[in-house]
Structures are given as C-alpha cells and as structure tokens.
Design a protein around this ligand. Sequence first.
Ligand code: ADP
Ligand code: MG
Length: 315
Amino acid sequence: MQEFEAIQQFFTRPTHADLGIGDDAALLQVTAGHQLVISTDMSVANTHFFAETPAFDIGWKSMAVNVSDMAAMGALPKWATLAMALPQLDAPWLQAFAEGLFACANDAGVGLIGGDTTRGPLNIAITIMGEVPIGLALRRDGAQVGDDIWVSGTLGQAALWLQDKQGLIHLDVPARAQYAQAMHRPQPRWQLGLALRALAHSALDISDGLLADLSHMLKASHVGATLDWDAIPKPDTHRVVLSQQALAHAVLSGGDDYELCFCAAASQRDAIGVLAEQLGLPLRCIGRITASPGLTVYADGQPMTYTNKGYDHFA
Ligand code: ADP
Ligand code: MG
C-alpha cells in the first residue's frame, strides 16, 4: 500500500471546509465575529501510550486530548490536521486507528482537513482548530479572588489503571476494565466548555494532574487556592487495597484525566448545578480562590503534606 492510497482510504472523509484533503493546503472560513482557536497535541509511542494499545484507542485518544484543549478554551471544535510518523503502512492497524480517530472527531463535530504522513517511530501530532465569539474564550488568567473552583467527572481513574499496569497496586477485573476505559477513551468535555463561556471566569483541562494544572491557572491569574480533599471526586476504591498516599497521588497528580477545572463566582452555583443535570455530568465545587499565593489541600481541617505535584516530561 502506498502513502497516497492510505490517505485516500483511511483519512479522507467529507468535511465542512471550503477545501479539504488533496490540495497543498486546506481552505477554511472563520465565522464572522469569532476568533480562531488553535492547539496542537502530540502522542508518542511508549511515552503517551503503550505500543501494544489497540489502534482504535490510540486514534480515539489522540483526537480526544486535542478536543479537550478546545473544551478548556470554551471553543467549538471544528477542524483538525493529522501529522503522523508510522513504522510501516499496516492497513488493519490504520483502519482501526482511523475508526477510533473519527469516532471521537464525529462526536465533537470535527472534520479532518489535512495532514502529513512519513515513515518513522509511531508518533501522532494533531492540530485542532475551533471558534469562539471574540472575547469569550476561557483563559487561564481569569480566576478571581473568592471564586469557587470546580471540577467535572472523577479524577484519578486513569492514574490507577497505570499504577496497576506498573504493578504498584492490584485492581480486580471490574475496576481494571473501568479504569482502562478512563485511560483509553477519555470523553472530552466540549459541551461543558461551551456552556462555561457564560458562567466561568477561567478554565483548563486536567492532563498532567489537578495540582500541576491548577497551579498554572493560579500563576497566570496571580492568585492562590485552597482545596478540600473530601470534596474532590475520587474513584470508587472500596474493593481495591490502596494506601492513602497512592490514592492522593492518583487523584491530585495522576494526569490523563481530561476533565475540566474551572473557576466561577459563588453567584453561579445554582446555574452550574442546573448545567450538571442538563449534561448528566457531575460538577463538584472543590475549593476557593484566595488572594494569598500558594495551593493547599485540606483534609479534616489540616493541610495535607502531600507534595508530588504532577507529570513533567523533563523532570
Ligand atoms: P504535500 O507533498 O504537498 O505536503 P502530501 O502528499 O503530503 O502533500 O499530502 C497530500 C494531501 O493529503 C494533503 O492535502 C495533506 O494535507 C493530506 N494528508 C497527508 N497525510 C495526511 C494524514 N495523515 N491525514 C490527513 N490528511 C493527510
Ligand atoms: Mg506532506
């Protein structure tokens, strides 16, 4: 199979672009009164995923982590390009990869409008583009003193799957299956992101762990925060033997959650409660923005001594 055939067969689908795959570049029209929102996320074999991960899951997650960045900005995801290095043109692998990628892209209304294909160690870089009405993007520098801090979904499940995979903990079969789903099929919260344009001051998606990512927002907004350990949505671990330290590590620093963390005025509490009902997605208030800098997690009224912050590729 040749490169051109592979692109034609696996990656060319109808899109709402003026010109999509097949020319030297794509042509897009940005809706009047909107800003173009662009982000790139790269997934590298043996760094971001195990090479033996099913191709469908690699395709899904490569797209999902990009859609999640649009969600975090309050942007409507629209278009993507796919640059990939492949060790070989393996048709069944590409078929399953494309199915996963398009399953996620279709859910989010994203059209694939171009890319590049070369030979090399498996590496997938997607650039995603979306739109937001001018001035309404959810930036990291918008948190205000007194804001509530909210988080969607459950944190730490993907990290527990990884700890089990590494032999650090032992999950039973149902828990392993549930957390594998969290690791391999994250659900990007783009509908939540769109609704938060009207409700939140600031937002980001949690990819490197709650504490690490929230710290970025606090720094950009020149504020601090306190969190309540009991309020943070944690995995149901009643059947798992787990130290408090291992659970804290997964929930606070684990990464791969792809949930949204956002700040909103206390006056928005009822509206956020209604939104959670509408989306069928738990939204939990986990803390408060403070004027004094720093980030402290309280458990039973005492600061937790937990310090390990999050994943850093170069640490
Ligand atoms: P060029 O040599 O001009 O870069 P290519 O032969 O690399 O063109 O690509 C041909 C067309 O296929 C272009 O429209 C490009 O955007 C698209 N394309 C290449 N690889 C991919 C891919 N992995 N996914 C989607 N589109 C791709
Ligand atoms: Mg090219």
